[in-house]
Design a protein around this ligand. Sequence first.
Ligand SMILES: Cc1cc2nc3c(=O)[nH]c(=O)nc-3n(C[C@H](O)[C@H](O)[C@H](O)COP(=O)(O)O)c2cc1C
Length: 217
Amino acid sequence: MDADALDGVAAARAEYAAGGLVEDDLLPDPVSMFRRWYDDAHAAGLHEPNAMVVATVSTDLAPSARLVLLKGVSDDGFVFYTNTGSRKGRELAGNPRCALLFPWHPLERQVRVDGTATLLSRDAVDAYFAVRPRGSQLGAWASHQSSVVSGREELAAAYDEAQARYADGDVPTPEEWGGYLVTPESVEFWQGRPGRMHDRLVYRRTADGWRTERLAP
Ligand SMILES: Cc1cc2nc3c(=O)[nH]c(=O)nc-3n(C[C@H](O)[C@H](O)[C@H](O)COP(=O)(O)O)c2cc1C
């Protein structure tokens, strides 16, 4: 069956010429390299350059993906926060292997991370939760993320209830709220080039560090 064309979609085709990525550009480890590209994305004024697609897979092998904000990066990997009872949380509990994708279109770049997620410590989660805006803290109490609700009213009532419960006091971290560290196994840096001859350089973890390879575009 032919798919109906969206206006202009079939013809939409950009020629990528913003830059190139060669082996000599690579830093010794993928996190340093990520920081360099992240800084470029930030400096270029991209909207939410820390928004990344997080892909997970259920125990019956169905993939799912959603946008999440990157909230930290260190030599250990990439950190995000979410509700551990959500769909992604349940899928990660059954299968911690996941993928991250940073789609930095205006720079004609993407970064892909394959890795394994582990739960952050309660202390780390509490420390982050404590500095979130109060509205977000209350929202975390009001939303059992990914569960079905009867309507907007139910959510509003739960929010009001949380607001009343904590009045002017500190809002504690909900039990079901948490964060993950994604430890990378491989990190690919993709730069668009003319004629679809894109650059794809990937770091792969080895027993004693990282090796890099070039992939065909
Ligand atoms: C730009 C953007 C940033 C988001 N950041 C987060 C986030 O940091 N944590 C989170 O739990 N959900 C975030 N969301 C909402 C998720 O995309 C998703 O709707 C939610 O986490 C439930 O996903 P799940 O049912 O697959 O678990 C964000 C959505 C957008 C569009």
